[in-house]
Design a protein around this ligand. Sequence first.
Ligand code: ATP
Length: 234
Amino acid sequence: MLELNNLSCGYGVFHAVGDLSLSLQPGTITGLLGANGAGKSSTLMCIAGHVTLQGGSIRFDGHDISTLPPHERVKRGIAISPEGRRLFKDLTVEDNLRVGGLIQPASHFAKDRDYVIGLFPRLGERLTSLAGNLSGGEQQMLAIGRALMTRPRLIMIDELSLGLMPKVIDLCYAALKQLQADGMTILLVEQNTERVLSVAQDVCVLESGRTVWQGKAADARNNHELTEAYLGLQ
Ligand code: ATP
């Protein structure tokens, strides 16, 4: 459903990512892995339309979306839960969800909010709290929930487990599996390689903006050179 063809992107004359080709199959989870500065966040932000595409193309559902502004990409079904979450900290949980849902008719709001609460019941207990007062885990749930309010078919999640307690990480990963069961396609950026390999079907490993490995997660697990050199696993 999403195809990156020789994608290069970056900032001014700086190429953060070069020549990345990646194809996401509908209903799958793809892990985008790599060390700090490898270009993972830049890739997600380029797909969302927030970082400049310097070469190549992005196709979604067979259409070239490379030049579409970010809000048009959201309308077509691409949502992002960005690095740092970027919540509206002075708004309540419910209003953060409402902002995410602005792209949909107002009549969808209650149903979509309840879907998010079904996924993350904790958010249902904090609807009137300010987003800035939430714990890190709750903020992560809200960032994902806000993205889901756009009714995406592809959700991109940056650094899902960063800074979260193992119990909360379990909860977020359980939610991912639920989303996949509901038909969502997921592109996941993570530094927690073991977690990604436990849920993803496909994996792409970046180093300094270049693809060093791409394939099935099961093959990545069995590739000792890869797991030791790039994925930090023994
Ligand atoms: P991390 O996990 O540390 O966020 P990453 O794999 O997501 O790493 P990016 O954040 O995409 O990597 O960064 C890729 C490269 O682009 C890095 O060299 C980084 O310094 C550079 N970069 C990122 N954001 C900007 C920016 N706004 N302006 C200029 N360079 C940037």
